[in-house]
Design a protein around this ligand. Structure first.
Ligand code: UD1
Length: 416
């Protein structure tokens, strides 16, 4: 198992290029299963999760080839509409193949994902949505089987806005007979790009980017090529690093996807400037405490909550961070405390009492974003911080230590 060894308290400066978005590429890869033929996806980040999805597509029978950052997927040989437990347990987003497989092949068998480091993470909305489209859904032996001769359009109102359920149901509905209306649909940029990709393939989805999607089912879709949008969470992580540690310009991004983060960072007193595809964030002391409550897009993302807690650990006051999307997503807090951060957690509310400095210590990463938070805190801390179990970070950040090193960080990967 690898760990990261960080010698902290360095001033970081420079430019960092942001990779393609993990949460956009995964559903796009699943969407290619709706077609017969060859699709090319550009700007694919080299992550454990994209590799897991490639393995899953291979098991399903597609032929895949990743060359630099271009992924070629040929779906003409797909013959096994099944996602096994071994893969789904390592990556919940494997569940994205359920909708496309049942829509295209009339049957799909996908392992139930189970819980994760930050709570139960249900899939009821995905299953109810498929049932609404006429699929017969059964659960046995830890697997979900969905069957339908042809899905039928219907009206679906999600009681909670869900990125995954919206993506899955949209992918199912594009080949259904008749009209599907999804109310309270997710509006995250990754879902917008999925819908744009599907429309490029011949789907008829209206209302893209709003919370009501109207989908007229079509008979078939054709393979198309697409370039993945930049990862707004990776960008946000480096922007928070800029506010904490120096002067960082994140490049090759879509600033519009980061408005909530820009606003909150400005409130901390950080110096911010931006262009068409870049944002520069400069640390200006003191870091003012700023409360954050996570919300669905365009609100402050839950995927940046842990990193914000790390930033607030160094503010000159008290900040309150509330996660309304995942109540239990706070596994970084006991680890940040090991670095000297002073945080009180009650239910889904963290109260952070800012300190002048943090002290390096061995810590353990527990999920992708918690790991990012520990790396930020380690980079700011005095002395040496060792972050173990970094396979989590490799799921969602491409070459994170390399990117930080280019900004002047002293950070090395070692085998434990
Ligand atoms: C996606 C992202 C993840 C991000 C999350 C919220 C991917 C691969 N992952 O996860 O990084 O943190 O969005 O922005 O894109 N819920 C239900 N029933 C369901 C589905 C969800 O109750 O069937 C609830 C969840 O418990 C949560 C809320 O809905 O409270 C939002 O979850 P959701 O948007 O579905 O998250 P994911 O798609 O799993």
């Amino acid at each position: 198992m690898d760990k990261l060894v960080i010698r902290g308290n360095r001033h970081l400066t420079g430019k960092v290029s942001i990779s393609g978005a993990k949460n956009a590429v995964l559903p796009i890869m699943a969407a290619t299963l709706l077609t017969d033929g060859v699709s090319h996806i550009k700007r694919v980040p080299r992550l454990r999760d994209t590799k897991t999805m490639i393995r899953l597509l291979d098991i399903i029978g597609a032929a895949t080839d990743l060359n630099d950052d271009i992924l070629t997927i040929d779906t003409t040989t797909v013959n096994n509409p099944e996602a096994p437990y071994d893969l789904v347990k390592t990556m919940r987003a494997s569940f994205y193949v359920l909708g496309p497989l049942v829509a295209k092949f009339g049957t799909a068998r996908v392992s139930q994902p189970g819980g994760c480091a930050w709570g139960p993470r249900p899939i009821d909305l995905h299953l109810k949505g498929l049932e609404k489209l006429g699929a017969e859904v059964t659960l046995a032996g830890g697997y979900i089987t969905a069957k339908a001769d042809r899905l039928q359009g219907n009206k679906i109102n999600f009681e909670i806005s869900s990125v995954g359920a919206t993506g899955n149901i949209v992918m199912a509905a594009v080949l259904a007979e008749g009209e599907t209306v999804i109310e309270n649909a997710a509006r995250e940029p990754e879902i917008v790009q999925l819908c744009q990709f599907l429309n490029l393939m011949g789907a008829e989805i209206n209302g893209v980017g709003t919370d009501v999607l109207t989908i007229n089912g079509v008979e078939e879709l054709s393979p198309r090529d697409i370039a993945v949008i930049p990862d707004r969470i990776e960008a946000g992580t480096f922007m928070i690093a800029g506010a904490m540690l120096g002067d960082i310009t994140v490049c090759d991004i879509i600033p519009e996807h980061l408005l909530a983060v820009i606003d909150r960072l400005e409130e901390t007193g950080a110096g911010i400037s931006q262009g068409d595809d870049w944002i520069r964030v400069k640390q200006l002391e003191p870091i003012k405490p700023v409360d954050v409550t996570t919300a669905v897009y365009p609100g402050f993302p839950t995927d940046l909550q842990a990193q914000w807690v790390a930033l607030m650990g160094l503010s000159d006051g008290t900040a309150v961070v509330t996660d309304t999307i995942y109540n239990d997503r706070f596994s970084h807090i006991p680890e940040l405390s090991r670095l000297g951060a002073k945080i009180k957690l009650e239910n889904n509310v963290a109260v952070i009492y800012g300190r002048d400095e943090l002290q390096g210590a061995p810590v353990m990463s527990t999920d992708i974003r918690a790991s990012a938070s520990l790396i930020l805190a380690g980079l700011a801390a005095q002395g040496v911080t060792e972050v173990s179990r970094i396979y989590h970070i490799d799921r969602g950040y491409e070459q994170i230590e390399e990117k930080f090193r280019q900004l002047g960080a002293v950070i090395d990967r070692r085998s434990e």
